[in-house]
Structure formats: structure tokens, C-alpha cells
Design a protein around this ligand. Structure first.
Ligand SMILES: C[S@@+](CC[C@H](N)C(=O)[O-])C[C@H]1O[C@@H](n2cnc3c(N)ncnc32)[C@H](O)[C@@H]1O
Length: 278
């Protein structure tokens, strides 16, 4: 049983050059994290740390640390299960389909238009936010909230710097601003009608999804449920719609008052939405 939140430590890859070492120091300073030089940390295959960083890592009740590893080209997040880097994943395919004139069920459920402002309350790995970033175009904006610091940093840095090499995808990533924040706190402080669309994609669906791309989310994601109070705050902060992504047939839609449903491309997913003036 884990009793505490794992510490997040910044280090570099073994072959990091001077720029990467400087970038790692800057990253640690920016987020108030501990920097440990690579020579003094042994990261084993399963992500556990050797002596010098966490002398207690072999005691199960103390969480082993997580590492942000700065390389010459990329940033990695080392968790107990493996090493991950930011990637737009399925969002790249979804943006390409939109560019080709196809529809995207999430974009339709959100009713997105160019120039819209979207608040993604559950940023995760940023895929849905990137697709929204494409749909709102140059005049629009997307703000993403992630309560887990390690995920928030990995995705914030990736959205700002990752080069995919396909113009519309690179532009969509840059339109998303990520914040490390609890959506409860952030929504409570927002003035009425701040965003056109407020979006939730909670963890419940992910914990039953076995795909490889979801491993860091399953491992680290905040499993908190969406509450009625949170939906009420979202309705207040939305100008048009609040949207919830869930498993098709999920009882969450009725529990939280999402009476309008839009089906997904996949049979497993559905989107529920509430109009601001419902
Ligand atoms: C299913 S994932 C979202 C996946 C995302 N839509 C994507 O495309 O990658 C849910 C995310 O919301 C985060 N989360 C859960 N509760 C939160 C809260 N109260 N505030 C902010 N983020 C939260 C979790 O840590 C997790 O990363």
C-alpha cells in the first residue's frame, strides 16, 4: 500500500549534452523540483531508484520516486512501469481526418466553431485538447487542467515543444495552454461564462482500457469522479455547453444530468452534453 505521493525528481539521460543539463536545471527550478545529476542516480529497468536518491525505495509502503529525464531531444517520464515521452497519439489521426473534411464525434458533441474558447478539465495526455485546438483554429484557445504534477509537466512541455512535422497538428498543440491545477479549484475561481465549452473526460473509462498508450494514465491519473457540484460550476463557467466523455451506456450520464447524447466512432465511447441554458 502506498502512503505518500511519489517525489518527482529531475535528472538527465546518460548522454545528455550541456544544453540538456542546463534545460534540466531550468525545468527543476521552474517547477520547484529537486535536480539530481545522472551520475548519482541509478534508474533500474522498472523505474526504481538506487541508493543516493531514495534509500527506502525497496520498502513497499514508501512510493518510489518518479523521474523527469531530460534528453538531448526529448523529455521522458520514468514511472515504475516504464519510460514515456509526450506524443499526440490518436489525436494526430483525428486532426488529419478533420483536415480531410471528416467529422470528429467529440468536436460535434462540443459544437466547436472557429474562435471558441475550450476548458478541458481533465487534460491527461492532451489528445482531446489537441483535437479541440485544431477545431477552434487560430482565433480560438484551449486551456487544459491536470491535477497530477508529473503528467501536467510532461504534457505542458510536450504541447509547447514537440515537433510532429504536420503543420495543423503542430499548430493545434501550440494552441493548448496546460496548467497543473485541480479542476475543482480552477472552476470555483472562474467568472461566469468564461469558456464556450467546458469538457470532462474522467478516469473511469481509462481504468478498464487496456491499450498501451493509456498506461501512464492508468498508473498515475487522478481517479476522482466528476461530482454534481463540479458540473454545476462548469455550467456556470460555460457560455454554451458542458460535455462529458464516458463509456457508452454509462450511468454517469444520468447521475450527472447529461441528457443529450452523441455516439462515438468507437462503440465503447459516448459524449453527453448539457446546454448552458438547459
Ligand atoms: C481519462 S484522462 C483524460 C484523457 C484526455 N482526454 C486525453 O485525451 O488524453 C483523465 C485525466 O484527468 C485528470 N484529473 C482527474 N481528476 C482531476 C481533477 N480534479 N483536476 C484536474 N485533473 C484531473 C487525471 O489525472 C487524468 O490525467
Amino acid at each position: 500500500m502506498r502512503l505518500e505521493t511519489p517525489e518527482l525528481i529531475v535528472t538527465t539521460t546518460n548522454k545528455a549534452n550541456r544544453e540538456a543539463v542546463d534545460a534540466a536545471h531550468a525545468l527543476a527550478a521552474r517547477y520547484g523540483l529537486r535536480f539530481v545529476s545522472r551520475e548519482s542516480v541509478k534508474i533500474t529497468d522498472n523505474g526504481g531508484a538506487g541508493s543516493g536518491v531514495n534509500a527506502f525505495s525497496n520498502l513497499q509502503e514508501i512510493s518510489p520516486p518518479l523521474f523527469l529525464i531530460v534528453g538531448n531531444e526529448q523529455l521522458f517520464l520514468q514511472t515504475p512501469s516504464g519510460k514515456y515521452h509526450f506524443h499526440p497519439g490518436m489525436a494526430a489521426l483525428r486532426v488529419k481526418r478533420l483536415v480531410a473534411g471528416e467529422t470528429d464525434t467529440m468536436v460535434s458533441a462540443m459544437g466547436l466553431r472557429p474562435g471558441d474558447a475550450v476548458l478541458d478539465c481533465t487534460l491527461g495526455l492532451g489528445g482531446d485538447a489537441i483535437v479541440a485546438g485544431h477545431a477552434v483554429g487560430d482565433a480560438g484557445r484551449v486551456v487544459g487542467l491536470e491535477s497530477v504534477l508529473s503528467l501536467a509537466i510532461l504534457v505542458k512541455e510536450g504541447l509547447a515543444h514537440y515537433h510532429f512535422g504536420y503543420r495543423e497538428i503542430d499548430e493545434a498543440m501550440r494552441r493548448v495552454t496546460a496548467h497543473h491545477a485541480s479542476n475543482h479549484d480552477y472552476l470555483a475561481r472562474l467568472p461566469d461564462r468564461s469558456f464556450d465549452v467546458v469538457y470532462f473526460d474522467p478516469m473511469f473509462r481509462v481504468t478498464v482500457n487496456t491499450s498501451q498508450g493509456m498506461v501512464p494514465l492508468r498508473e498515475l491519473g487522478n481517479p476522482g469522479r466528476v461530482t454534481k457540484e463540479l458540473v454545476a460550476q462548469a455550467r456556470r463557467a460555460a457560455r454554451r455547453r458542458v460535455v462529458l466523455k464516458e463509456r457508452r451506456g454509462s450511468a454517469e450520464f444520468a447521475r450527472l444530468g447529461f441528457t443529450n447524447l452523441a455516439g462515438g466512432r468507437s462503440n465503447h465511447i459516448a459524449y453527453g452534453y448539457i446546454e448552458r441554458n438547459d
